[in-house]
Structures are given as C-alpha cells and as structure tokens.
Design a protein around this ligand. Structure first.
Ligand code: GMT
Length: 376
C-alpha cells in the first residue's frame, strides 16, 4: 500500500508511535510518506519506501497566527496526487483530522477518493480537544474520519463520553519493538557512570508538561532516598523542568538527580534503571511506561486513563490514585528494598511488555487499512 502519515514530529508519544508504525510498515514493503512540519525525531533513515515531505508555512505579517492547517491540507492534496497515495493516516485529532478531511474534500472535487484513518492519542481528547473552543471541530473531524482508532479502551470510553461520536472506535494499543530493547541490552549497561555500587536508579521520561506531575516524581524520589541509597534520572525537556530543578535544590537532593534533556538513546538509560516513575494526572496509554517495561523496568504509576491497561498492579509495578505520593513511594520501596522482589518485578515487566510486540500490533493497522481501501 501507499500510505501518507501525518503526525507531530516532536518527542511526544503520538509522533513516536506514528514514526515507528511507518518504519515497520515500510519494512514490510509498504510505501510510506510522512507529512509534517519537520523531520520526525525518530525518523533517522529515509529510503526507497520511506519519504518525508515538509509542510512549509510562509510567514505573512497580516496573519497573527500562520495557518498551518491550510498549508498541511494543500501539501496533502499535492503529495497524495503526486505519489498516488491510497490511504491517509492522521495521528492526533488536532488539527490533523481536520486538515485531512479538507484534503479529502478537495481531492473528491477532482474525482480522487482516499480513505482517512484517524488515531486518537490522548491529550487531543482528554485535555486540548475537549476545550469548548475546539470541541465542535474535533467532534466533526472524528465523525468524518472513515475509520477511528484509539490507543486504549480508556481513551475510547473517554472519547464517547466527552464528544457526540457516531463512529465505531477501534482500540489498537501502542506497541514496542522488542528487538530494539534486546539489542540495547546486548551492549554493556553504563550503570557505573550514573550510580555507585548499591544505589538504586529511578527514572522518569516525559515532555515535562503539567499533566505529568513532575513535582510528584521529585517528591516520590525524595521519600525513597530517605530510606535507600538512590539516584533519579530525569529525561526530557518541557515547561516544568525548571520547577523540578528548583524543587530538587529546595529539598537538598540536587546531587542525586540527573537531568538529561531530550534523548534518542532512552534504551541506554532504561538499561541501567531499576524503577520507572509515571504519576501522571491523565495518561491515555503511557508509552514511556511500556518502553521501560520492555527493558525490564517495573513501573510506579498513577491509575489514571489507560495506565491500568499497561501496568499491572502488584505484578509489573504498582498503581495509585493521582497525587498519592506516600503510597507511591512506599510501593517503590517495596520493590527496591529487596533484590529478589526487584528481580521478580523486572522479569514480570519484561514478560508483560511482549503482549504489545510491534509484530502483533502493526498487522491490526494493516488489516484496517485494507478494509478502508476496499470500502472507499
Ligand atoms: O504525553 C504527552 O504529553 C504526549 C502525548 C502525545 O500525543 O504525543 O502522548 C499521548 O500519546 C501517547 C502515544 O499514544 C500515549 O502513550 C500517552 O499516554 C498520551 N499522553 C497522554 O494521554 C497525557
């Protein structure tokens, strides 16, 4: 198939899922065209069947806001025509589904029919999309998509309860390339660079937005390090980073916390991690938790959104109510204080991640694409 994928090119989970999906489809022989405003961060190699088309938005002083949707829909029309693309897959409803629908309509005017699949990722529904300023447009573009998928059952339920959706939402969970985690583990872990003998390593990876409750991450670690020697690895960039750095200083733990910034080598960091912290306010799936689990790292998370579909309480980690820092830190200690228990949780986490193997999940998208093309 010839497939156009629209996504955010940044470190956010939706862009990562879209990119990994495209690359896997390309490996299977499909021709993939990524269309976005810059090259997606995980898209390192372009090849015969992996193409990237940049959406340029010319600056014009009349516009207070430059019209990205307009530029994107025009780019979609041109690319779909030029490469005879058979299916459009947009990730994140805002504004991609909206721009995709406009492109579909423009193409229809020229006698070209192309099915559009929209994948809902989380904040496009639970945070941004439900804002009254966007809600009518998001409802419209979901209902006008030919097929809609969501990354968890919880997100699908939220979508039905927040919007007036008349379409079936197919749940296709996020996935992980288990080979990559294994390859990373074949290289020796650089644990000794980060921590002393006997210290436990806790890790958090995100885009440091409010929804991730970064202050809770720091406070959980603060409680843990009172009882056992430990270090905290903070990976990512975002608006809450400075607050987190200040909080570490206030609590006097700055020497025990390492801020990495954005990284393309999270497997190497997860390789020497003992525990992953994800106390988010809301999380439709928690791809970062799955990435940790695939590297054998148990997870202490909140029980919001779809996290309970990924992290299994008492098996791959523990789940607590949002903001229950004391319970989260006690659970962290339960896992970290005992070598045997830690090994058991690590093994469970790795085993459980296998149900989200890329090889099992990508065929679900392929099946949906074939149906969409057949019915268009
Ligand atoms: O978590 C973020 O802030 C990034 C966001 C995104 O769309 O890039 O992540 C969402 O999509 C991921 C991939 O499907 C999910 O794993 C995340 O749970 C989801 N984030 C939230 O729901 C907050």
């Amino acid at each position: 198939m010839k497939i156009a994928i629209v996504c955010y090119p940044t470190f956010g989970g939706s862009g990562v899922v879209a990119t990994e999906l495209g690359l896997e489809l390309a490996k299977k022989g499909h021709e993939i065209h990524f269309i976005t405003y810059s090259q997606p961060v995980r898209l390192e190699l372009l090849s015969n069947n992996v193409h990237f088309h940049e959406v340029h938005v010319p600056e014009y002083p009349l516009f207070h806001y430059q019209p990205y949707e307009l530029a994107l829909s025009s780019k979609l029309v041109d690319t779909i025509k030029m490469f005879d693309i058979e299916l459009l897959h947009v990730h994140y409803a805002i504004p991609h589904a909206y721009a995709g629908y406009m492109a579909k309509k423009m193409l229809e005017d020229e006698g070209i029919k192309i099915p559009m699949v929209t994948t809902l990722h989380g904040t496009d529904i639970t945070l941004v999309g439900k804002h009254p300023f966007y809600k009518p447009a998001v409802t419209f573009s979901i209902n006008k998509s030919d097929y809609v998928t969501s990354v968890s059952k919880s997100l699908s339920d939220d979508t039905y309860s927040i919007f007036d959706i008349k379409k079936e939402i197919h749940v296709i969970p996020n996935f992980i390339d288990l080979n990559k985690a294994d390859i990373a583990h074949e290289n020796p872990c650089k644990r000794s660079l980060m921590a002393n003998e006997g210290e436990r390593i806790l890790t958090h990876i995100s885009n440091f937005r409010k929804v991730k409750r970064i202050d809770d991450v720091v406070k959980i670690f603060y409680e843990v390090q009172k009882h056992i020697p430990a270090k905290l690895m903070m990976v990512g960039e975002g608006p809450e980073k400075e607050m987190a750095e200040n909080l570490c200083e206030e609590l006097g733990i700055q020497k025990k916390v390492i801020f990495f910034g954005n990284s393309n080598e999270i497997d190497k960091i997860l390789c020497f991690s003992d525990l992953f912290l994800l106390p988010s306010e809301t999380e439709s799936f928690g791809l970062a938790a799955l990435e940790a689990m695939s590297c054998g790292v148990p997870v202490i998370s909140s029980n919001s959104g779809g996290l309970s579909e990924v992290n299994f309480d008492g098996k791959t980690g523990y789940l607590s109510d949002v903001g229950n820092i004391m319970e989260m830190s006690q659970n962290a200690l339960k896992i970290l204080e005992n070598d045997e228990i830690l090994s058991e949780f690590k093994a469970n986490a790795k085993e459980s991640a296998k149900q989200f193997d890329i090889k099992k999940i990508v065929p679900l998208y392929e099946e949906l694409y074939y149906t969409a093309i057949k019915n268009s």
